[in-house]
Design a protein around this ligand. Sequence first.
Ligand code: NAD
Ligand code: MG
Length: 395
Amino acid sequence: MQSVTILGASGSIGESTLDVLGRHPDRYRVYALTAHSRWQPLAQACLTHRPRYAVVGEAGAAEALTDWLARNGCDTQVLCGPEALAQVASAPEVDTVMAAIVGAAGLLPTLAAVRAGKKVLLANKEALVMAGALFTRAVTEHKATVLPIDSEHNAIFQCLPGHPRDSLVNGLAGSGVRRILLTASGGPFRNSSPEELARVTPEQACAHPNWSMGQKISVDSATMMNKGLELIEACWLFNARPEQIEVVVHPQSVIHSMVEYADGSVLAQLGNPDMRTPIAHALAWPERIASGVASLDIIATARLDFCQPDSDRFPCLRLAAEAARRGGTAPAMLNAANEVAVAAFLERRLAFTDIPRVIEAVMTQLEVAEPVSLDVVQSADSQARALAQSLVESL
Ligand code: NAD
Ligand code: MG
C-alpha cells in the first residue's frame, strides 16, 4: 500500500491522478490533497478519498472547507499556507508525491518532497525549469526518485533504458542515444497567420485541439512556450544538451516523443492524448496498471504527420532555447516573465503576440547569474517578474 500526497489536487492533473488512484484502492491510499483558493473540488475529493489532510492557500478557504467537511461527516484535517504544503509533501508517512501545482508556486513544496527522498511524480515543469541545477543535485543527494508526468518526458523515459536516476546522473553518454525527438502538437494556432495571432482571445487560446488542461499550460501550448519549457525540462531530466533535443511538430498527438539510437533505431511511445497514461505509468513504475484510458484506435488514427516548428510565428520556442543555452538563472527569468505575461493575457491586459515581446525584453535587460542557491534563483524570479509587470503596464 503506497501513501500519496497530491499537490494541486483541484487542477487538471490533480483530477486525473485522483481518477487513477480511485481505480486501485488496494494499492494506493491518499494522505493529503492540496488546492489554492478553490476549495469546493477539494471538498468532494475529501469525501471520496478520505485523506488525512487537506491543504488550502487562504484562511477563508480553510474555514469554509473545515465547516463543509464537518457538516458532511468527514474527519480530514484542514491545514493552510505554504509551510503546510511542504509538510504534507515531506511527511514520513508519505511514499509518493504528485507535484501538480502550476508555476513557480510549486517549487518549494516539490523541493521539500525531493529533500525528503520521496518518489516525486513531476508535472510541475516550472519548478525544474527555474531551479534545475539545485533540484537535480537535491535528487541525487537525498536519493529521491523523479518520474516525469509531462507526456513527452514520460514517453522519452519509457524509450530510454534504465532507472530514471541513471539518465539524471550519467546523461545520454554511453546509452547509445543519438538524439531525442520532442514532439509538439503545435497548439490551436499552428496554421494561423501573424495577423490572426495578434487578435487571439484567451478563450481561443485555452481551447486546445487535443488536450484538456489548466489555463496557464493551455496558453503556453498556444504560444509554444510549453515546448520551450519542455526542452529545458528534458535537458535536466535526461542530462542532455539542448542540441541533442529536436522539437518536431506532430499535430495528432499520438506519438508522445521519440528516442533515436546510434544504430538508427527510433523508439516511440504512442497512445491516446490522456494524461492518465503517464500518471498511471509513473505511479506503478516499474509495474503497469490500468489507467482508464481507451485503447488506441490505430486504424482510425490512419496518419501521423510531422513538420518543423516555425519560430518566426512562435518566438517563445526560440527564447526558451536561448535561455537553455545561456543557462544560469536565464531559465528562471524566462519562466517568471512568461508567468506574468500569460496572466496579463488571460486578464486581457496584453495581446497574445506581446507575450514573447515582454519575455524577450526581460531576457535582454537582466543579467544572468550563477544559480548557486535558492536565494539567487528566487531573486532572479522576482526581478524578472517586476520588470515584466512594468513592461506589461507600458505596452
Ligand atoms: P491547473 O491550473 O488545472 O491546476 C493547478 C493546481 O495548482 C490547482 O490545484 C491549484 O489550486 C494549484 N495552485 C495554483 N496556484 C497555486 C499556489 N500559488 N499555491 C498552491 N497551489 C496553487 O493546472 P494543470 O493543467 O493541472 O497543470 C499543473 C502542472 O502540470 C503545470 O505545471 C503544468 O505545466 C503541468 N502539466 C499539465 C498537463 C495537463 O495536461 N494539464 C500536462 C503536462 C504538464
Ligand atoms: Mg507536455
